[in-house]
Design a protein around this ligand. Sequence first.
Ligand code: DOR
Ligand code: ZN
Length: 425
Amino acid sequence: MNDKFCLVNGRVVDPARNLDEVMPVAVNRGVIVDAAKIDDSYRRIDCTGKIVCPGFIDLHVHLRQPGNVAAETIASGTAAAAAGGFTAVVAMPNTSPAADNAGAIEYLRQMAARTGMVRVIPCGCLTKNYAGEEMAGIGSLAQAGVLALSDDGKCIQDHSLMRHVMQYARSFHLPVLDHCEENSLKGGGVMHEGTWSVLLGMSGIPSIAEELIVARDIMLARDTGCRIHIQHASTAGSVNLIRAARKKNLPVTGEATPHHLTLTDEMVKTYDTNYKMNPPLRSEEDRKALVKAVLDGTITVIATDHAPHTQTAKLVEFDNAPFGIIGLETAVPLTLGVLVHKGRMPISKYVSCFTAGPAQILSLDWDLAPGREANVTVLDLEDEFTIDASKFKSKARNTPFDHWKCKGRAVLTVSQGRIVHSLLD
Ligand code: DOR
Ligand code: ZN
């Protein structure tokens, strides 16, 4: 029933193929097939007025399994992904134990096959034990099938080690995804260092803590030839560094999160720990610079940094709360609002930030051409609704966006040929 269907009357936006036209997209047993050749046995799903895109990929997701299944599991995290319109997620390796070896990647693969709603793309640690001291076995991680490497949540401080890691990553054609943060400058900071941290009397994380490492990583990308991807860029200075590097054709990409595109450090005045994340919410000038960078193509990826935490963990004083918020079920509506409805971003460029952008970093062929695995996301740009966190598929509720009024969301998600989310009748 579910394995043969055709999405009809939708506007197909497929950035990797430069395609934008009303046409059918047919799926048979997990594969896109030529819609001109299908018979009546295919179920027709009407997508009139909707945007039919290659499946959205989230390049930055914490699934917390193994280690903290009270906050999230592979099952609940991928269910949240499906509900948010994502057909694939890149699982960050800062689990417990950390995914720093082939066995851990095999565990992830098996659990994802058994319990996952969408594709889980493995990412391995840069360092053993996620400790930032010794290089992980990058060769065996590559053999185990990781498509990227990252010590997200932490940052390698030793430049010689980082260089070594990048030299190895390059020889295995793997990109390094870096959480850019210089520890001595971050200190014990809990929010952005600026007017609001002074007014609130909280210790600040200065922009330079991020920018210093972004600059280092760009220089090491030039030195080693390794592809570097700047995770959750949050400052105007980081954006300028990425822009200049890309102008020089260095192998540098960057991502922005929905929360850094929509919120600022002013919100910390509520003392709500759902405004605490790392990197922190920055100033309005930083937020504007990030929006501009997505609009002008300096930043080619939007990724959530979905970081589930239990209510108990977050229901403490701001200083003591863990960093991070969930994002899978709010990313599309929030970014449609700030980029497409407000920023007038052409829809094909928007779709690219969730498809061709991340796919390029992962070296995946990712479009709706016949023969491809069927991963499809359908958007309704006009659907008006209010975010209701109590209905989330995620186990976690640590979002500052509950009750936000939004316009536009994913109404159908097809992952590996299966319809895993549908608001269509
Ligand atoms: O806010 C964050 N939370 N930033 C990170 O880099 C890591 C993440 C987490 O794992 O909770
Ligand atoms: Zn991070």
